[in-house]
Design a protein around this ligand. Structure first.
Ligand code: ZN
Length: 199
């Protein structure tokens, strides 16, 4: 199980401090293991590394892990700039999807935009996959949005998925100018990322 937390000091400080960063203290919460399911005081349980790719930083990121003292299940705390299960920065992924719909309106120009604007090179195949996934998951994404934006007016049910996706992107951008906050809230509410049906 992964939780997203806000790194208010920013990515550079987080990377620089490494293990000395002041991570959230071990939480007291219900264990996610259905066989355990007790409210426990988690304990620190080392770190692991994952890769991260963004215009600000490319390389390994340390992730804090905690363990349930009763059953040994672990949880980890993912910094807000990461999307659980994805190497690429959430802001680049989202900007790419948004750009491909709204700005020049094509996948090629969205790829060019990321490259010129941020020096980011993500393969066409990967970006295409993100976009496709977002469209394919759009009904689920809308369910998530309903939970985090009170009284939101979502696109008409009769629209094609691709048109729903276009509308939903506009809603997200206007409600959450900081996409990290959206990603974090969405993940908290649904325990899924806006791109994945897993977890
Ligand atoms: Zn447990």
């Amino acid at each position: 199980m992964q939780y997203i937390f806000n790194v208010k000091e920013g990515i550079h400080k987080y990377i620089k401090l490494g293990k000395h960063y002041s991570f959230p203290p071990p939480p007291i919460k219900r264990c996610h293991n259905p066989k355990c399911n007790k409210t426990v005081h988690f304990r620190k349980h080392g770190f692991y590394e994952r890769y991260f790719y963004s215009s600000e930083y490319k390389g390994k990121v340390l992730i804090r892990r905690y363990i349930c003292p009763l059953c040994g299940c672990t949880i980890s705390y993912i910094p807000h700039f990461c999307l659980p299960g994805f190497i690429n920065a959430v802001k680049h992924i989202f900007e790419y999807i948004y750009y491909s719909f709204y700005r020049e309106g094509s996948i090629n120009s969205a790829i060019k935009h990321l490259n010129l604007e941020y020096g980011i090179q993500i393969s066409r195949q990967t970006l295409y996959y993100y976009r496709k996934k977002f469209i394919k998951n759009i009904d689920m994404v809308q369910n998530g949005i309903r939970q985090i934006i009170r009284g939101v007016k979502l696109p008409d049910k009769t629209l094609e998925d691709i048109e729903k996706a276009r509308n939903v992107l506009a809603i997200v951008i206007s409600e959450y100018p900081d996409i990290h906050l959206f990603s974090q809230k969405y993940y908290q509410a649904t325990t899924k990322t806006f791109l994945a049906s897993a977890y």
